[in-house]
Design a protein around this ligand. Structure first.
Ligand code: AMP
Length: 385
């Protein structure tokens, strides 16, 4: 049975004034822990055994004589045989007893099954638990349907391989590394047939995934990941904030585009297909005249989320956007939680977040400010689900 609002309220009623900020140890856990440490909240990372060194050793908190954090930002690390074990009933009880608010990142929603998060995970989650599922492209209602509802431009869906009449991208998971992508681009039905057959033969994609793959128009232009924050604790008109913009480094796509065309063509066939494995991020700003339109899209996205999935977006979210030749934004993916690239402003803030808050404001810190404020004001139940 899902956590009811009444049960949630009774759990957080007993939470301390300074709740523990917890995150699954991967993705953006460092940003989350750093931000919480800056705001003086206890931090906890939930890691898979064998993958804890970043948190348990290199960024662990070392305290000075007066008990202050002299170095690092991860106060505690709890390890599990597998990430999904953090949802075992006894572990949930331990998290609640610690007064933990879990900040969901993509590692959490990838490694803990969504059914468990929705039906059986009884620990308060910062932000919208019910929306995590819409990130799955294979769901009938997903982020594309919400973008459409919000009137936010997204890449045109092509109705099957025979409808490919322009450069298109085919979106499906990788055959063996299921959390990675097996995306490929094609420009005609013939190219689709040839390329997909080749990729199946190479073991890169599965025929069964191809049947449900989304085929959409390829938007030519640079990618900007807009990292927003929405606060339900202030009047609606003040709720939306742009904190920062990042871009991804994708392997081996970025390696391929740094080769001259002749050397690209000299590569063996299989090596010419770029992978879209995210391996890092860089920071960006955007031409100022484009900002207003992007903010308007984000406002509409927030409104649509509040209408369709009450309470809607709470806290961080990310619109992954291509800007076309006229600078018009098209949103091709959405994160309804902290984005994967917010470590770009970890510790130092981002030009936009800093301009807004008059001090270094990363996404991690903004989350902690919201949790601390809500807890202090007795409004924690309004920012967790
Ligand atoms: P995603 O899995 O949606 O985050 O997409 C992975 C990468 O594929 C992005 O970082 C983009 O480089 C690229 N991509 C996805 N959809 C499109 C699109 N419709 N047009 C152009 N590039 C896209």
């Amino acid at each position: 049975m899902p956590l009811t609002p009444a049960e949630l309220r009774s759990v957080v009623e007993h939470y301390p004034r300074r709740p523990t900020v917890a995150a699954v140890g991967s993705h953006s856990a460092l940003d989350i822990a750093d931000g919480a440490a800056t705001e003086g909240l206890p931090t906890l990372v939930l890691a898979q055994r064998g993958r804890e060194a970043t948190y348990a050793r290199y960024f662990r908190t070392i305290r000075g004589r007066a008990g202050e954090r002299a170095r690092g930002c991860v106060d505690e690390v709890w390890t599990y045989p597998a990430f999904a074990d953090l949802a075992a009933p006894a572990e949930q009880e331990r998290l609640r007893a610690r007064g933990a608010v879990l900040v969901p990142n993509r590692a959490f929603s990838s490694y803990v099954p969504l059914e468990v998060i929705e039906e059986r995970f009884r620990v308060p989650i910062f932000g919208s638990r019910a929306m995590l599922r819409i990130e799955e492209r294979t769901e009938r209602e997903n982020y594309y349907t919400l973008l459409e509802r919000a009137g936010v431009p997204s890449p045109r869906r092509l109705d099957g391989p025979e409808a490919i009449d322009r450069l298109a991208i085919v979106k499906l998971p990788h055959a063996s590394r299921r959390l990675e992508r097996g995306f490929f681009t094609v420009a005609s039905p013939k190219e689709f047939r040839e390329k997909s057959a080749q990729l199946i033969a190479q073991g890169t994609i599965l025929a069964s995934d191809l049947a449900t793959a989304r085929i959409e128009e390829y938007v030519l232009g640079p990618v900007f990941n807009f990292n927003f924050f929405f606060s339900p604790l202030v009047p609606r008109a003040d709720g939306l904030e742009l904190l920062g913009v990042d871009e991804r480094r994708e392997s081996d796509l970025d390696g391929l585009v740094r080769l001259p065309a002749e050397q690209q063509l000299a590569l063996p066939e299989a090596a010419r297909l770029p992978r879209y494995t995210v391996v890092g991020h860089g920071t960006l700003t955007v031409r100022e005249s484009i900002l207003e339109e992007v903010l308007a899209l984000a406002e509409r996205f927030v409104d649509a989320s509040r209408e369709r999935y009450p309470p809607g977006i709470v806290g961080p979210f990310c619109l992954q956007t291509c800007l076309d030749k006229d600078g018009r934004p098209t949103v091709f993916d959405v994160a309804v939680r902290i984005g994967g690239g917010t470590n770009v402003h970890l510790g130092v803030g981002h030009p936009y977040g800093n301009a807004l808050w008059r001090s270094p404001m990363s996404t991690g810190r903004r989350i902690a400010v919201e949790i601390a404020h809500a807890a202090h004001a007795g409004r924690l139940a309004e920012v967790v689900t």
